[in-house]
Design a protein around this ligand. Sequence first.
Ligand code: ADP
Ligand code: MG
Length: 696
Amino acid sequence: MKDLTPIFSPRSIAVVGASSRPLSVGWETMNSILRFGFTGTVYPVNPKAPEINGIQAYPSIAEISEPVDLAIMVVKRDLVLPAMKQCAEVGVKGVIVITAGFKELGGEGAALEEKITAVAREAGIVMVGPNCMGVFNTYPGVKLNATFARFDPKRGPVGFISQSGAMGAQILDFSSERHFGFSKFISIGNKSDIDENDALEVFTRDEEVGVIILYLESFADAARFREVCLEASRVKPVVVFKAGRSEAGAKAASSHTGALAGSDTAVDALLASCGALRVDTVGELLSVSQLFSAERLPEGDRIAMVTNAGGPGIIATDELENAGFVFPELEERTVAKLKEQLPPEASCANPADVLPGTGAKGYEIAVEALSDDKNIDMLLVLWTTPVMVKTKWVVDAIKPLCEKSRVPVIGMFSGASDVMLDAAPLGELGIPIFSHAPGVRAGLVAGRRYREWLERKAVPPIAFDVERHKVAAIIDKAGESWLEAEDAFVVLECYGLPVARSKVVAADADIAAEAGGLRYPLVMKVVSPDILHKSDAGGVIVGIQNSDELMQAKNNMLGALDKNAAGAKIEGFLLQEMAFGETELIVGVNREPGFGPLIMCGLGGVYVEVLKDIAFSLAPLDGDEPARMLGRLRSAPILRGVRGSKGVDIDAIADVISRVSQLVTEHPRIEQLDINPLMAGVGGCVAVDARIKVVK
Ligand code: ADP
Ligand code: MG
């Protein structure tokens, strides 16, 4: 693990390029450090100014007589390398390069970045950036704000890692109007030395950090992220806003899985596999940060709501019910208490509507009664400001009740930003305050997902007894190509997958005689390197009952192929026993560079691309993951069986998925794999079509 102490908790700082010109980055950075009350010593470095902000300046780092822990560089690009060399000479321990103009510009900038990184590494200096917005640490013993953001951060449990400086600044800006704060922030910029994984590792062990949020545009090393995040998410929530969802460069549709698995799907699967909670918008990131900064989190999904207006209450109820939260009936004694004290027009159910006119008193009554109800896991207090009641009155009235509430309280204070700010006393109690129903939903959903993640038992991947060497030999022989049909089936059989009995016969062979060992009814399929989708070309005939029909089928197929795939090289025919399951599934694998094998399962057959009812996960899969993947499909209830239909053998399908996971984990040269369809029924499943691509 990298030691970031010199970055977050230095005793002395040199600001290289500090400036007395207001609004320059050199001035703002220096100013932030002083304004926020850094507890150590600051040395401005500027060869042209004798003093900056009333503090003696030094012409170079070399001239500072005391040891410097951290150098912050805000100088022009071409001065960074010489300054880094000086840092190395005088034994600076950490450097933050805020200056831009490096790798992000390519060419010369990239070369320069390599040079400064090499100097830093050689000297054992930890370097943040270049092209970043700095760091801060709100710990009272340090009080370092080495950024040029507009506002000083509030102190709180959030540890924030941002690839983009601007996104960092934006989140800080927004958070100034909300009731959560930060313990540490690091803008990693070009991540030439310190990347998100280093910071994540440090934040995992940092007791000041209660929740970690990341804004990322790329992964420095996805496999390492998975490892580091797995450790982090066991002890604190990790929230990731990964931008770049749109698909750059659709893949050649040479396999179904390849066509359906985009790189963003891989990101989803990666994050899900290590317990990271993904959000998609700034709003969600703020809401989720707000929720996880709470003093207490709900332990279930049952909500009681109090509101002073119908509309906002209905909107919030819709939003939350659609997300799976429930509004249970209240205990009788709760309802009795409400009825006794509230005016007759008020609604004494759940949601409880105290009406606008009852003001602070109405809320006092409702919060007192509801917060003690045994049927609920949380109390949501909705507030819309009517002209005759001040937000502050309500906040003051309910504050002591919230403090002793049996269940966690959550606030939704809607209106202009002053409404939210007036709720500050509740925020100080550690009550999460939101302004809109979607924010409440985003927060609560993340809270539930994290709870489920913590409850999930880690079941290691199942290790099947397989014929690994036989598969390795087939792959070696194939070099770089799609495996021949027969070989693909053999590979699956070696890993214990159920495959339909089949046999390839030459085009000119006596087909009826060759079919001797197989049991009718049969399926006949063309074998041709030129035909990708056999049934499209008329190259699949099912339900062949006897040898007469088989010979007839061969003639019919040759006729169809002549028409639909003229010139295709017909190597022979695959004769295959009919499978009995009637549900067609797909199990596939695609490798996303840097991510490893991405496993897909879903509804298969010819409609797979139309219905797109598929689920993904990164191999190696946990023992329980195949069942969870099947559970995520829209058609999961159908697979389990509905309305008299028996469904399919879920365990058998899960077993196939687990075995495929082991296969592609043990054979990294398998680049793509498609089992489509896997025919599934009540009594099991069987692969009837398989394509496997291997690479060198
Ligand atoms: P392709 O995908 O190249 O068109 P398949 O081998 O997947 O060829 O066959 C196409 C369709 O034919 C399958 O989706 C399935 O409906 C049916 N089929 C193929 N083989 C069998 C079999 N052994 N038993 C039952 N149906 C089959
Ligand atoms: Mg197929």
